[in-house]
Design a protein around this ligand. Structure first.
Ligand code: PLP
Length: 413
């Protein structure tokens, strides 16, 4: 069992952290302990300059010629290749496009269409809402499919000859529970089904090995651990062996084989480009590229070790110092089964979360009763989590959360 840290031990861990130099690459305001990089990653210091340069030296000066001169047109694949390294894929299997929700739609329809006799999209109850909502929309659009949800411990047994695609989030957005990608993918393949993985809470925080798991399809957010900025474009992955078989239902011109031939009839591009739809958002992609650049010289072993160690110490400190205050761990205690955030249930989780934010400890609330603390290996320090628990303990001891203003719900929680 991990021992609760004291401040000196936390500082010693920071001093020995091989990633300690990465924090200097991010804008983190003084007085804030940012434990929400799993929702919106911090801004890389280079992002503002890069976007400014793009406006000044590319858009304003070279205007439309920039699509060629500055290879704006190649951005979806160029950035996709950088993400490929983070998720165990080949460079030509990943592209940046649209939002995670839209990419879910494109790949789910493509997967269902490639498995015409199979009527079920299988997922788990409590999956991230957009995943379930998009699956429901896909079923409604196609007309002859249904969405079935089965508790995760029985899900593999529920995959059968009627399953077209299994849709799962690798690391659960609320509990932080990490699924066994290799085992679930193998179980689906044994029944002839495809699997679509949502990597939003894994990519950038943990090594992912899509090819090693023989994964079929994946999507993920650019604005969480990839630090691409609010609403950053998302990515999609299609295994090379499936690319010729699957066709996007959003047959926009950027996915056409020859967009600038301006023909009347849609012909899908070969390769990953067929999953693009419209014109790429170049300003947003420039910011995302700066987020991706933060990973250039890091080892994923170091990322994984730090993510797990931060989580283990955080749990140990909270349990040692905040006992008797109705906090219940809802994340796996075993780091090997956990992503990079830790969640606790509390009867007044919303108010508690607001009281912490008011004191500079930024986590977030997930209805109905969870408070999440995200650890971004690139910039969260051990002293951060020590300080966060110090503040949490005080807020709980003093019942400082128990104030009406902390119960006022904002639009975004
Ligand atoms: C697992 C998961 N998928 C998707 C999304 C969001 O998708 P989008 O960027 O389309 O809003 C989130 C956002 O938190 C998420 O946690």
């Amino acid at each position: 069992m991990t021992m609760a840290l004291d401040r000196e031990a936390a500082r010693a861990l920071d001093a020995a952290d091989p990633l300690r130099g990465k924090r200097a690459g991010f804008a983190l305001p003084d007085g804030v302990i940012y434990l929400n990089g799993n929702s919106l990653g911090a801004a890389p210091l280079s992002a503002a300059a890069r976007v400014g340069r793009l406006v000044r030296d590319e858009w304003a000066r070279d205007l439309i010629g920039s699509w060629n001169v500055h290879d704006w047109i190649g951005a979806p694949q160029r950035l996709g290749a950088r993400i490929a390294r983070l998720i165990g894929a080949e460079a030509d299997e990943v592209a940046i496009a649209d939002s995670t929700s839209v990419n879910l739609y494109k790949l789910l329809v493509a997967a269902c269409t490639a498995r015409p006799g199979r009527k079920t999209i299988l997922s788990e109850p409590g999956n991230f809402p957009t995943d379930l909502y998009i699956a429901q929309g896909v079923a409604a659009t196609l007309g002859d499919r249904t969405v079935r949800t089965v508790e995760i411990d029985r899900l593999c047994d529920a995959i059968d000859a009627d399953t077209a695609v299994v849709l799962l989030t690798h690391v659960h957005y609320k509990s932080g529970h990490m699924l066994d990608m290799a085992a679930i993918t193998a179980a689906a393949h044994a029944q002839g089904a495809l699997v679509l993985w949502d990597l939003s809470h894994s990519v950038g925080a943990l090594p992912v090995d899509l090819n090693g798991c023989a994964a079929d399809l994946a999507v993920g957010c650019g604005y969480k651990y990839l630090n691409g900025g609010p609403g950053a474009p998302a990515f999609l992955y299609v295994a090379r062996r499936l690319q010729a078989e699957l066709v996007s239902p959003l047959t926009g011109w950027m996915g056409h084989d020859a967009p600038f031939a301006f023909g009347d009839d849609y012909v899908p591009a070969t390769g990953i480009a067929r999953f693009l739809c419209g014109t790429p958002p170049i300003l947003a992609m420039a910011a995302l590229e700066e987020g991706l650049a933060q990973f250039d010289d890091v080892s994923f072993d170091d990322i994984l070790t730090k993510s797990r160690t931060l989580g283990d110490h955080f749990i140990a400190m909270v349990e040692a110092r905040c006992a008797g205050h109705d906090l219940e761990l809802i994340s796996p205690r075993d780091a090997a089964r956990r992503g990079s955030h830790v969640s606790f249930a509390h009867p007044d989780a919303y108010a508690l979360c607001q009281a912490l934010i008011a004191r500079g400890v930024v986590g977030d609330f997930r209805a109905p009763d969870a408070i999440r603390f995200g650890f971004t290996p690139l910039y969260t320090s051990f002293e951060d989590i020590w300080n966060a628990v110090e503040i949490l303990e005080r807020v709980l001891d003093e019942r400082a959360w128990d104030r009406s203003e902390y119960r006022v719900r904002a639009a975004v929680t």
